[in-house]
Design a protein around this ligand. Sequence first.
Ligand SMILES: [Zn+2]
Length: 507
Amino acid sequence: MQLSIYQLDEPLKPSEECRLTFDSSYTKKGFPMMNFFDSVAENGTFVSLDVLLVSIGYDPSVEIRDPFKRKKYELPEKFQDPAIDDKEAQKFSLFRRDSDLVDMKFQLSTSSDQTIIAPGKLMKNWKADNRNYFLYQPEVKTDLFANIVSARYEVLRDKWNGVDLEIYYHKPHSYNIDRMMESMKDSLSLFTKEIGPYPHSFLRVLEFPRYGSFAQSFPGTIPYSESMGFIQKMKEGDLDFIYFVTAHEIAHQWWGHQILPATVEGSNALSESLAEYYALLVVEKKYGKENIGRFTKYDMDEYLKSRSGLSEPEKPWFRTNNRYAGNLYQKGGIILYGLHWLVGNELISKGIRSFFEQYKDKTNPYPTTLPLLAELQKVIPAENSYYLEDAFKNVTVFDNKVLSANMETQADGTYLVTAKIELKKFRYDLKGEQTEISIQNETIEIGVLPETDDKTNVEIPLVVERKVFSGNTIEVKLRSKQKPIYFSLDPFHILIDRDLQNNKVKL
Ligand SMILES: [Zn+2]
């Protein structure tokens, strides 16, 4: 990183303009031992605007975070995000500190056999000096957070309600592109209905090599690593992760790009959690409510794994440290889905939409999680508001288990299952200390399951009943017409439970 300081003859007045022209080059020295990300390769380029552009002013997001280095340079022990109510920090976007929403135009060239993808609509494409030239321009003001990719691409094209859909892929990697295209259409249909209009006339997914294994979302443009979706061999019954991740990235077109988080604690959870929640709604619609447990279980396992690896106590969801939001966003998806499950889609959708409409494209101050919580609080019935306290405003984890379960065949040929369950709820404070809290009018489902399908691993409950429990040890009864094989406590994995193994027993 290089630092240059320019002193202007006359200070810039508000709204006055000044032109900054610069050259940028990317040079690699030697071969790194690890974290090898080949931005410029023989057959393609993947470069972030952060690398190409200069950044203006002081940027705290690049301050040293490594605790050992901080100690060495006598810096305060821990890097902390600015507090959620820090008005000064709310003036800045989490993604780019030196700009709000901007007009952009990219004129770029590449080798004659490659195609460039940059943010915006392709306005012009021409050849000169044995090179391919492209002119891209976004149709709306966008945040200065994107990357530029060039490669030898094949393209799959389709249309959804006048929006051009494109998947740019490496020729041999066409295995899952139809699945991605289906997710693009399903996601656009659901999000425009549930949240608000899609702002671009194009939506494109583009493959990049597995020097990186991630997917990202920039305005209308989604770079997606080959290792996350393009080269997987999917077989019947596999969790449709490719469809799910595509939906998550498309949801960022609303959560991250229309709702732009402030650079304060909790803000990244705002964009990641909402994206994960809306992706869960897309898979719920495609695969049915009865199959959602596979996705929530995946999210729960990922969250619990990340949680155990944190180097400091976990903060409540609304104040999640931004650097952990990437690891903890699965939690946001689960708790929002849990709320949807508890109060129904209509109420939660009303609350979220009200937040979205008020804060869409809002800059300086940028939004935080606080007004979202306030809107949810308004629409949630009083008897369910405990859930907001538990899941959103505190760190709460259950340790529920089935103590015993047995089944009797009844005279009428039905099956009666009697189970003893134990419910325990713990809350963690900011020091990470846990306190058990009592179970009072807690809504939890119980169910019975058939034998798991060997081929697909799918478990669809035969019977599910929703109960309201108080107390720790409880006896429950369920009747089933078909012979059940398992009893399950919280069969769709809605509540965050630190051990899911003991929630299901064989009858
Ligand atoms: Zn995301």
